[in-house]
Design a protein around this ligand. Structure first.
Ligand SMILES: Cc1ncc(COP(=O)(O)O)c(C=O)c1O
Length: 404
């Protein structure tokens, strides 16, 4: 077996991975089209373009409604903005509790704080890293109003059990699909299964325009409220200077919408490339000890693979840590990182609010944050050689550092 790069061997990665984001002349064309139109932002109430001109914001919303099979869609400035207004639109206010998974990006929980509510952290499933629906009972109280499900890394959460549970308890479900645009649970697009779905268009995401967000819902009242909230609280049917909600400016620009709209045509093809390559990588890695693969629920019909996740199993290594594994893999030319340093409640913000107690409850989230390994989605956009080179790098590291 060849030596790893950190022991003086040659790098496993020979040709560079595909870069991200990817763009072509058609992206430049739509951006210039917006530039020349002089219509750079949404200037309408009641979702009727006041320009009387072509609006990429409206086109992106129409495309999202069709693609995600939803009656309403609203584009906003970020995934964080989408979550913030979704939580407010369902009526979360002072003292209301919202159950959120402990393993996610901080916005999944801070959106609840912004509305004056209380995030309650639920543990994740050790194998899929998504919210563990079987453990929700202990978190539900008379103050619970909603659950936020995260489709972590692009893998849909168990939306069948989650929706049955939420309906039985009378809870609203918001899907944080920031990492999962295009993913499907039992052939249904994520985002359109719960009451409101939120996507992120931030630069690392699988559909991007730099920054941005898309919200989908079938509920007219939620839609109208979100529309108002994102437009500085303007009345849905009112005039430009009539404000009825405590809103904010969460608008997206025509430039962002044009880019996202044009990029959307690549989404399905990119997802199928990632799925094919992830399947090969999972297959190759299953022959190695020392690392653990993330399980895929058989009811997942499309995994968006925003990340390829796996685990460093410390008990199976001697005198070799996750940190050294990552350094060794990076030296081979493979981008890999540990991901979230700790569950959301261990961020200084939440510790200052007295959330430390959750470390005794969310034991899987604690474990995963200590063992997680993330590969970014662009490494899955290449060909078989890319996947073989990733495997070769990990295999070399395992062989040479499996010290007994
Ligand atoms: C699970 C999750 N929720 C919400 C967000 C926030 O999205 P944005 O960065 O577009 O504000 C992210 C972004 O990383 C995320 O991963």
């Amino acid at each position: 077996m060849e030596k790893p790069t950190i022991l003086g061997g040659l790098k496993s990665k020979i040709k560079p991975f595909p870069t991200w984001p990817q763009w072509d002349k058609s992206d430049a064309k739509v951006l210039l089209e917006v530039l020349h139109s002089g219509k750079w932002s949404r200037r309408d109430v009641n979702n009727v373009a006041s320009h009387g001109a072509k609006s990429y914001i409206n086109m992106l919303e129409e495309e999202s409604k069709a693609r995600f099979n939803s009656k309403y869609s609203l584009t906003v400035s970020s995934g964080t903005a989408a979550l913030d207004i979704a939580v407010k639109a369902i009526g979360i206010s002072s003292g209301d509790e919202v159950i959120v998974p402990a393993y996610s990006f901080i916005a999944t929980a801070t959106c609840v704080l912004h509305a004056g509510g209380i995030p309650v952290f639920a543990d994740i499933d050790e194998d899929t890293w998504n919210i563990d629906v079987s453990k929700l009972d202990k978190h539900v109280s008379p103050k619970t109003k909603a659950i936020i499900a995260v489709h972590f890394a692009g893998q849909p959460a168990d939306m069948s059990d989650l929706m049955s549970y939420a309906r039985e308890k009378g809870l609203i479900v918001i899907e944080d699909a920031a990492q999962a645009i295009g993913a499907k649970w039992q052939d249904t697009s994520v985002g359109s299964i719960g009451d409101i779905g939120c996507f992120s268009l931030e630069m690392t995401k699988n559909l991007t325009c730099g920054e941005g967000g898309i919200i989908v819902t079938n509920n007219e009242d939620f839609y109208k409220k979100m529309y108002s909230l994102h437009l500085t609280g303007r009345s849905f049917n009112g005039s430009w200077y009539e404000h009825e909600e405590l809103g904010w400016n969460y608008r997206i620009t025509e430039f962002q919408a044009a880019l996202a709209y044009n990029q959307m045509k690549n989404l399905d093809n990119q997802i199928s490339i990632r799925e094919k390559n992830a399947a090969k990588l999972n297959d190759l890695l299953s022959s190695l000890t020392g690392i653990g693969l993330t399980s895929i629920d058989p009811r997942v019909t499309t995994h968006a693979y925003h990340l390829f996740t796996f685990r460093f199993i410390p008990e199976e290594w001697t005198r070799f840590s996750r940190k050294r594994f990552i350094l060794a893999l990076n030296a081979e030319g493979i981008p890999c990182y540990e991901g979230y340093s700790y569950p959301i409640y261990k961020n200084p913000l939440f510790l200052s609010l007295g959330y430390e107690k959750y470390s005794l409850i969310c034991t899987n989230a604690e474990k995963i944050t200590k063992q997680s390994l993330w590969l970014p989605q662009n490494v899955l956009l290449g060909d078989e050689q890319d996947i073989e080179e990733i495997f070769k790098a990990i295999e070399k590291i395992r062989y040479h550092f499996n010290i007994k």
